[in-house]
Design a protein around this ligand. Structure first.
Ligand code: ATP
Ligand code: MG
Length: 338
């Protein structure tokens, strides 16, 4: 296992009112060591579910139906409780959208960051010194003072830097960031993203970067996977997928990209006409057919296999019967779909 993360044929369901609703269908991707991989797709497509499954943090009603997940060569589902705890403390870290969720409101920043270093194996006095140093690395001004603060005394941007500092304490092989900058204003977001990019270069940590924001993924990641209704519909180098998309859904997402300067709440990718199929609905043929301008009877009947081809910057995959035409879809204009 040379990959930081390998998700192979993952199918997963949430049990709701006695019925299994499948949310991930045969999802396969790998994040190589030291690589930054982006996972994009609109709200509800299953991005966070992938991250939670990787860390074995699924809610009680979440069940893996098929497939497997390995982190740094070790299969997550086969780990005993102790090994799982050790893996979460040393090998993989996760940063969520809301930093206050990751911080304990009743402990000082100094105690919490030190604790992260203790969990990674440092002695108490060493942990304090390392915590202070890490706060400097995430560019927190006056770190001695911040060490004595409680979370509520810090801004959202500062809190997220603290969470990133804690996540990096163990020098993890893999860092999972799930919409880490969504609650932050644009300037602070740019600073936090620069910080993650710089720390990644320094430490060689692999990153799984989850976002609905394609601009952010384009800036941060060398490869990208596009998730639609729990299926990986396209994958490849960021340059190829964004420059020459081969799935009509990716084409639609790229055309929804906001113009620079628009306010945050119009950045949501909700401008592709139609909606995700209801959770757990049985779908014949291509899952995107109902929203796709290229779709014909074949698409509504036959599930497209993953078509693979060599693109300019590495292998690319698209699950579309008409992947050759997808990139040259005419602009929608007043057309209701795409
Ligand atoms: P967002 O961009 O809004 O964060 P997401 O891509 O991360 O969305 P998930 O949170 O993975 O999506 O959710 C995938 C689907 O599973 C959604 O339809 C969601 O409502 C559903 N879901 C999530 N958690 C549960 C749960 N515990 N029980 C039942 N359904 C759930
Ligand atoms: Mg999510």
């Amino acid at each position: 296992g040379d990959d930081a993360l390998a998700v192979i044929g993952l199918s997963l369901a949430y049990r709701v009112r006695g019925r299994d609703r499948e949310v991930l269908h045969d999802v396969t991707f790998r994040v190589r060591r030291g690589e930054a991989y982006g996972l994009v797709g609109e709200s509800g497509c299953g991005k966070s579910t992938v991250a939670l499954a990787a860390l074995a943090y699924l809610p009680r009603n979440g069940k893996i139906k098929a497939g497997r997940i390995s982190i740094a060569g070790r299969e997550v589902s086969s780990l005993a409780a102790d090994d799982l705890r050790a893996m979460r403390a040393r090998t993989v870290s996760m940063v969520y959208q809301d930093p206050s969720r990751a911080l304990n409101p009743s402990l000082t920043i100094g105690r919490q960051v030190s604790e992260a270093f203790e969990l990674a194996g440092a002695s108490r006095p060493d942990a304090y010194a390392q915590a202070l140093d890490m706060l400097r690395r995430v560019r927190i001004a006056a770190p001695e003072r911040v060490m004595t603060c409680y979370p509520h005394q810090l801004s959202g941007g500062m809190q997220q830097r603290v969470v990133i500092a804690m996540a990096l304490a163990s020098k993890p092989a893999l860092l999972i960031l799930d919409e880490p900058t969504t609650g932050l204003d644009a300037t602070v977001e740019a600073e936090v993203l620069d910080l993650v990019a710089k720390l990644r270069e320094e430490s060689g940590t692999a990153v799984l970067f989850i976002s609905h924001n394609l601009a952010v993924i384009g800036r941060m990641c060398s490869r990208v996977g596009v998730l639609y209704a729990g299926r990986l519909v396209e994958e490849g180098s960021t340059e190829d997928v964004f420059g020459a998309p081969r799935h009509p859904y990716t084409v639609g997402l790229l055309r929804c990209l906001p113009k620079a300067g628009r306010s945050k709440d119009t950045e949501r990718l909700d401008t592709i006409a139609g909606a995700l199929p209801p959770l757990g609905a049985a779908v014949a043929g291509c899952v995107f057919a109902a929203r796709c301008r290229l779709a014909d009877d074949r698409c509504r009947r036959e599930t497209p296999p993953p078509h693979r081809f060599g693109a300019e910057h590495g292998p690319q995959m698209a699950r579309c019967h008409y992947h050759e035409q997808a990139g040259s879809l005419p602009r929608a204009g007043s057309d209701p779909v795409l």
